[in-house]
Design a protein around this ligand. Structure first.
Ligand code: 5GP
Ligand code: ZN
Length: 140
């Protein structure tokens, strides 16, 4: 997908907007988030413009995500954090603000200010099997 002149991350890729880059190859770029949830918060993006992860061809996703383990390791070593959240938002309702696929790599320390509201539920009898089958059918 071609670069979009109205996309802030495409403009970072083209060099039009500066960013603190930490990794770059022909298909992916990683740079520091300008509004970090913690120091060392990194964004990993594909160089091609896709709005959400489900729009990506599997090979393009693989070419970007191959960098994930190394980036997590580097962020851990550079920040001395105790853990890392990898977060990827798809769609406004899921808190996606920039419509160019990006993976957040967020360093975590005990007692830090980042909190999840994680309202874990339960399934009524039979619903989990029904949903599992429905998703499986969509994949084939
Ligand atoms: P989203 O809410 O879409 O998942 O996250 C978008 C992220 O992009 C935010 O964490 C925000 O701080 C970051 N961001 C937005 N504009 C810029 C920018 O111009 N430069 C950098 N480095 N990060 C940006
Ligand atoms: Zn873009």
């Amino acid at each position: 997908m071609g670069a979009r002149s109205d996309c802030i991350f495409c403009r970072i890729i083209s060099g039009e907007i500066p960013a603190m880059k930490v990794l770059e190859d022909e298909s992916a770029l990683a740079f520091l988030d300008i509004g970090p949830l913690a120091e060392g918060h990194v964004l990993l993006i594909p160089k091609a413009h896709y709005e959400t992860a489900d729009e990506m061809p599997p090979d393009a996703a693989a070419a970007m995500l191959r960098h994930l383990p190394g980036l997590i390791k580097a962020v851990r070593a550079a920040t001395g954090c105790e853990g890392v959240n990898v977060l990827q938002n798809n769609g406004r309702v899921a808190h996606q603000v920039v419509p160019h696929v990006h993976f957040h790599i967020i360093p975590r320390k005990s007692g830090d200010a980042f909190h999840f509201n994680w309202p874990a539920g339960t399934y009524p009898q039979g619903r989990m099997e029904q949903l599992g089958r429905a998703i499986r059918e969509q994949l084939t």
